[in-house]
Design a protein. Structure first.
Ligand code: FAD
Ligand code: NAP
Length: 337
């Protein structure tokens, strides 16, 4: 059913109080097709929505929002070493992670507690603690929004990059990702060298590494650092870590010896944007009812009642200040509408 003038406040984790001219939810592929063939869809701009955890609405949406609720988890193939599992795009990502852990399937544990839906996970090749979904991704099914046909994309065709995919670039706005298939390993091979995981495992006195213990460590670190969107509006990291030429990195490092950077190969370095924003004095800064989170400078927060435009303007001020201070151009990670 297509509704008119629906508040989107509960559908975006920033908690921005805007409305959509039309709004629909789809539980399966047939419902998606029925919405995309409607006059409301054909005559208006559209937005496919998952959990709304990587979105900033700066104004009312003058078109139709289609929320993807396609569910289901189906094992396609299983051997003693791995499993191929197809997951509905509307499944909550962290619920899928917990399901994998309960089944003894490894590969998603470092990506624990990332908000949002399975269908959005390929959009920006979600990543955390040294793992990105491209490492466990097998294939996805996407419904073409003009023809209603299902098309399949393999790993290469998704053209995954650092918080990037073909769906944010060449195919932006063309598809609804309806189902995603992952290959998960039954053989334990954990990546705990990243960030604070090892330290947290020690604090938790973990001796035998399991997907569950790694996931518990990740959840614990995230809960201590990141604002819970149910309590404080946010969309996670507002900015991407900039990838810069080694020469630029060396220049920043010469002026600021404490600058944090990591090699990403091919003469490029990834600078920690959180460090840059912190050094520029933004961490914990509050402007009325919004600001920069006190524990994580990459996260912009809405304490309640801020408008999307205010948050967008703050992000512009941060971009300008980092450019002026370090000569580095940051990019927003959050999708702006
Ligand atoms: P939405 O916000 O609903 O949509 C995001 C974009 O994808 C929009 O452009 C939308 O149109 C499009 N889209 C959504 N679903 C579909 C679909 N089925 N088909 C086609 N297009 C679609 N991200 C990380 O990568 N790593 C992290 O560690 C991480 N931590 C976070 C922590 C917090 C506290 C928060 C709030 C966010 C975090 N994020 C992180 C960002 C966010 O959780 C992810 O990007 C997530 O994948 C977004 O999913 P969603 O369903 O909420 O997408
Ligand atoms: P952190 O562990 O304090 O690390 C700070 C930054 O340094 C991160 O941005 C991370 O880059 C980078 N980094 C740390 N160790 C690294 C290593 N061994 N090799 C290469 N780069 C390294 O970061 P955090 O803020 O607590 O976040 C932890 C993880 O969760 C990170 O992977 C982060 O991306 C992810 N996260 C993402 C979001 C989001 O919305 N996108 C929100 C919260 C957390 P990367 O960011 O490239 O990993």
């Amino acid at each position: 059913m297509i509704e008119s003038k629906v508040s989107l406040k509960q559908f975006n984790t920033f908690g921005i109080d805007v409305s959509s001219k039309f709004f629909a939810q789809a539980q399966n592929e047939d419902e998606v097709r029925s919405v995309i063939q409607s006059n409301e869809f054909l005559n208006n701009e559209n937005l496919i929505l998952g959990g709304g955890s990587n979105i900033l609405f700066t104004k009312n949406f003058d078109g139709i929002v289609l929320r993807n609720n396609i569910g289901g988890v189906e094992v396609l193939e299983e051997t003693s070493e791995s499993v191929l599992v197809k997951v509905g795009g509307g499944v909550v990502w962290h619920e899928f992670v917990l399901f994998c852990i309960s089944q003894g399937w490894n590969g998603t544990e470092n990506l624990s507690l990332i908000p949002g839906s399975v269908g959005a996970s390929p959009m920006q090749n979600i990543g955390a603690y040294g793992v990105e979904i491209k490492e466990i991704f097998h294939e996805l099914e996407a419904i073409h929004l003009k023809t209603g046909e299902i098309q399949y994309f393999n790993n290469t065709e998704c053209d995954f990059g650092y918080r990037e995919s073909v769906f944010k670039n060449k195919h932006k706005g063309e598809y609804l990702i309806s189902r995603v298939t992952f290959r998960l390993s039954k053989i334990p091979n954990f990546n705990v060298s990243y960030g604070a995981i090892e330290k947290q495992l020690e604090v938790m006195n973990v001796r035998d590494l399991t997907a569950k213990s790694v996931s518990d460590a990740v959840v614990s670190i995230r809960q201590s650092k990141l604002p819970d969107p149910k309590k404080i509006g946010n969309s996670g990291s507002f900015f991407k870590n900039p990838i810069v030429d080694e020469l630029i990195y060396k220049e920043v490092k010469r002026k600021y010896p404490d600058a944090v950077g990591y090699s990403v190969g091919k003469g490029k370095m990834k600078l920690a944007a959180g460090w840059l924003i912190d050094q520029a004095g933004w961490k914990g800064k509050t402007i009325g009812n919004y600001g920069v989170h006190k524990n994580q400078a990459l996260v912009i927060v809405n304490y309640g009642g801020a408008t999307g435009q205010q948050i967008f303007d703050l992000s512009t001020n941060i971009l300008d200040s980092i450019k002026n201070k370090f000569g580095v151009q940051l990019e927003r990670e959050v999708n702006i509408y």
